[in-house]
Structure formats: C-alpha cells, structure tokens
Design a protein around this ligand. Structure first.
Ligand SMILES: O=P(O)(O)OC[C@H]1O[C@H](O)[C@H](O)[C@@H](O)[C@@H]1O
Length: 552
C-alpha cells in the first residue's frame, strides 16, 4: 500500500492552517482566558502527572492533533506493535520490548515461539543469579563475595543500565559498587581496572550482537587483565555475558551457562528490560527490578487502553509534533530536577535520536517534514547557570521537558523545596516572560534614571511564550522510573508513526563503523595511504607518528 507522506494529509494541512491563525498568540492570554487550564491540560498515569498546559495550544489545536494521530493510524500501529507484527520493516523484525515487562502468563506467539514463556524463563535465571551474587553465595576465585560489578557495553547495552542504576542508587545493595565501561578509549576501562580487585569483581559483557568493536575490545582487555592475575579456570566465576549471539559468547570464552540470552525482536535501545538489565537487577535486587518492569507495564496498559484524549504518550508525542513541525523547533531540552536522573538526557538521546533520526518513509520516499529534534539537556539547577540564558532569550525557541520528583530521599533540610521552586519558576518564566512595562516598573523602583531605563529595556525584556511540559513523579522509585522510560518509548513510537518512518532500525550508525575499520588498518600499516581527502590523510599521518612515538 503506498504511503501518504505527512504533508499530503488533510489532518496535517488543517493543523498548518490553524497554526497560521494562532501562531502569534501569547500563552499568558491563554492562561488568562481559562482559569481551569491546568485541570484541562494535565493527565495522570502510572504514578506520573504530565502538565502540558504551558504549550502554545488550545482546544482546537488538540482536537486537530488527535485527528492527525487517528489519520496516521497510531491506534492500528500500536496494535501491530503489541501483537508482534514485524513493524521493523527494514529488518523484518517484530518489536516486542513491551513483552519483556508483561506479567507471567501472557499468550503471545511470534514465529512459533511462545514469547511470554521465553521471557519469564530468562527472568527466572536472572532472579536466581542475582540473588546468589547479592546473598554472597556466588563467590570469586578466592572464595570472597563479589564487591564490584563492571558492565561492559555501549549504546543500548550501556545507557539504560547506567541511567537506571544511577537513578535508583538509593535502592542499591550496599556491598556492590557498579561500574560502566563503554568507550573504546582505553582511559575508560583503565580507570575502572585501577579501582577494582580481581578477586571480587564480576564483569558483565553486554552486547546484543557480541560483535560491537568497542565492547569486544574492552571485554578482551578486561579478560587479559584478569588472566594476568588469575587462572583461566577462574574466568567462569568472574565473566558473564548478555547477548543474542550464543556462538560468539562461546568463542569469547564465556561459559554459555553464564550467558543470559535475549532475542532479535528487542531493539538495542529498548533492551534494558531484557537481560541487558542484569546489572540493574544486581544493583537493586530482583524484586525492585520486577517493580521497574511493572511500572513500565502500567504505562504500556495506559498507552493501550486510555482514549487518545487522555493518553499521556500520545499527548506528549503530539505536542512534540506541534512544536517540531509547526513551530520548527529544532531541539528539545530535557531538564530533570533530580540529581539521580542526570544520565536521563543521554539515555533519551539514543532512544529518540537513533529511533527517529530518519528521513525516508515506509515506501522509500522522503518524509517531507522535519523529524526528530536534537535531544539534549542537563539536570536542574545546573543547567540554569550554563545554557538557560539561551533558552530564555536566544533566537531559537527550544521546548523543554521539566521532570520533577515531589519527594526527596535525603533529609537535608530546605534543599528539596529550593530545587522544586527553581523548577516551577523556570517553567513559569519561560511561559510568562517579563514584559517591558514590568521591567520599567522594577527599574524605577530601584531609582534608575529614565535614560538608563530606556537603554536597558530591550536587554532585560523577556518575551516568554516559550513552551514546556512538566512531568511530576511522586517519588523516584523503580516503578515510576519504569513508567517514565516507557512513556518516552511510546512517545517516540507515536512520533515515528506520524512521520511514517521506521523507528526501529539504525542504518546511519554503520558508515562510520566501516570507515573506522579502514583507517584502523591504515594506522597499523606501514605507508600512509593517499586515498582519503587531504584532511583525513593528514590526520592519519599525524596519528601514525604519535602512535609510533608512543611505542618507541
Ligand atoms: O548491544 P550491541 O550489539 O553491542 O550494540 C550496541 C549499540 O550498537 C550500535 O551503536 C547500535 O546503533 C545501537 O543501537 C546499539 O545499542
């Protein structure tokens, strides 16, 4: 069936016409006109409240956005994803990360395999292994309990585990220190190896393919480091693998009894719910890991069952489409006001940008509109003192997702109220701005003379009308974190569906990998090859010299 590009649809055209009419309205006026705007533009699900009232939308905008979702077949695609249809159409794969967090007993057969049974069989293995490590029954080479866990993986085999272990550190086992090595830059692994003891360290080699250059190099160096200090027979006590590639795990020298499998219908950036989450289950315990899965499942249920008009991932996705495709916002800033969520923006970068950084639709034609915005950000309040100036008064309008947590887990007096005050003040300031008259009044009260006031006025005026969402969690727990991540997964899926792209492949990552292999062999060889452009040739020559000087 030929695919209709977004610009050719009636719903998108209607949205553009509406945008032309309302684009200059100020949110201050929208708030003034509707005292119930907060009640009308909030939705709650799975322990999360989304306040989307500080966006440049009204009821007509929302109505048109919901029509767009319907016309683009979001409900049909959602059913296709959950039922295991091969919606990853370039790789001919099902997309079933939601099955990883479904309760036991779910009947779902894909390619003759009973997916639910497979998932729970692996979860049972993760359960017993993590208990043994945590209860000091799994011992290292000299009979001591494990104290340090090193997760070696990159991309989806790194970002989710690291983000979740950091976010849930207050639930972590006190004896276990988690380390994450991802970069092929030897400084990363070297730093960790200096801090761990061979007798009490467990390495998890996490790679869906078990061929990723960075991970295999780091895993090989970690194994060499281990074998310089211990016997080969001890390797099985200290190295486990998480992968879909049994042969490669065996070839690496890891006992396949110590391998935790998953399946090709789990995309790398959607894999923290699978055995890629082994490090999370080790850190926080299987019960908490199960709550993380249950929180994600609660969001899945909401996504499947709530009407579009009350459906949090769909609303969040549509607001994003409005900002991206009507207001041309090129980026989305993520501002978690919780220090333990500091890796969340990086996690979302892979989730959204690798999923929706695409320009070709299902039938091979150009998408015709802008797709995924750049995702970036940092924790509040730190970002306020770094890049918020640009967000307030720069020439681009960047929507922001504020993420705040009502209850803190520390008992330092005062801090949490100040943190939340800053979060709410920022979204208020982005919405309201500060008008020239308010600036003038303030300066007058300070006794500033009229000439100086007129000089300062344009600099101190904020137009405001800058959109943001606020996501409020009651507390940062395994369940709410699970729901938050699933929310963004589904938001990403809905946007991909509206754009008509495949959110589940990542061909764009390949070219750099292939070229790196060529240059790697040139760096190792004798002559400097002259077949690149002059810049690349010269850089290779400089690196070759430096590398040979280091070896001398
Ligand atoms: O888990 P692995 O097979 O080692 O893959 C790690 C990463 O590799 C590539 O960069 C892919 O684009 C990512 O989606 C993936 O998460």
């Amino acid at each position: 069936m030929p695919h209709t590009a977004l610009p050719a649809t009636a719903a998108f055209q209607a949205l553009l016409s509406h945008h032309a009419e309302v684009r200059d309205r100020h949110m201050r006026d929208l708030f003034a006109a509707d005292p119930q705007r907060f009640d009308n533009m909030t939705v709650k699900a799975a322990g999360i409240l989304l306040d989307y009232s500080k966006n440049r939308v009204d009821h007509t905008t929302l109505k048109l956005l919901f029509e767009l979702a319907r016309e683009r077949g979001v409900e049909r695609q959602r059913a296709a994803m959950f039922s295991g249809e091969k919606i990853n159409f370039t790789e001919h794969r099902a997309v079933l990360h939601t099955a990883l967090r479904a309760p036991r007993g779910q009947a779902l057969i894909v390619d003759g395999q009973h997916v639910g049974e497979d998932v729970h069989a692996v979860l049972d293995r993760i359960h017993s292994f993590t208990e043994r490590v945590r209860e000091s029954q799994w011992l290292g080479l000299s009979g001591k309990p494990i104290t340090d866990i090193v997760n070696i993986g990159i991309g989806g085999s790194h970002l989710g585990p690291q983000m979740a272990c950091t976010a849930l550190r207050t639930f972590a086992h006190p004896r276990l220190t988690m380390h994450f090595v991802s970069n092929v830059d030897g400084h990363d692994l070297h730093d960790v190896l200096q801090r761990v003891d061979v007798e009490t360290t467990l390495f998890i080699v996490a790679s869906k393919t078990f061929t990723t250059q960075e991970t295999m190099m780091n895993a090989g160096s970690a194994r060499d480091w281990f074998l310089q200090r211990a016997a080969a027979a001890d390797l099985a006590k200290h190295f486990v693998a998480v992968s879909t590639n049994t042969e490669a795990v065996r070839a690496f020298g890891i006992d396949t009894d110590n391998m935790f499998p998953f399946w090709d219908w789990v995309g790398g950036r959607y894999s923290m719910w699978s055995s890629i989450g082994l490090s999370i289950a080790l850190a926080i315990g299987f019960k908490n890991f199960s709550e993380l899965l249950a929180g994600a499942h609660a969001m899945d249920k909401h996504f499947c069952e709530a009407p579009l008009e009350r459906n949090m991932p769909i609303i969040q996705a549509l607001i994003g489409i409005w900002n991206r495709n009507c207001f041309n916002s090129e980026s989305l800033s993520i501002a978690p006001y919780h220090h333990d969520l500091r890796h969340f923006p990086a996690y979302l970068q892979q989730l959204e940008m690798e999923s929706n950084g695409k320009r070709i639709t299902r039938d091979g034609s150009a998408v015709g509109v802008a797709t995924c915005p750049f995702i970036w950000g940092d924790v509040g309040t730190n970002g306020q003192h770094a890049f918020f100036q640009l967000l307030h008064q720069g020439t681009d309008i960047t929507p922001i997702d504020f993420i705040a947590v009502l209850h803190a887990t520390h008992d330092l007096p005062g801090h949490h109220a100040v943190l939340l005050a800053n979060c709410f003040a920022q979204s208020e300031a982005f919405m309201r701005g500060k008008q020239a008259e308010e600036v003038r009044d303030d300066l007058k009260k300070l006794g500033v003379d009229d000439d100086e006031i007129n000089f300062l006025l344009p600099h101190k005026t904020f137009n405001g009308n800058r959109p943001s969402n606020t996501l409020l969690l009651d507390a940062l727990t395994p369940a709410t974190l699970g729901a938050l991540i699933a929310l963004y997964e589904h938001k990403t899926f809905v946007q991909g569906t509206i754009w008509g792209i495949n959110s589940f492949d990542q061909w764009g990552v390949e070219l750099g990998k292939v070229l790196a292999k060529t240059i790697q062999s040139e760096l190792a060889g004798e002559a400097v090859p002259a077949r690149h452009d002059c810049s690349t040739n010269a850089l290779i020559a400089l690196a070759k010299k430096a590398l040979s000087d280091t070896q001398d």
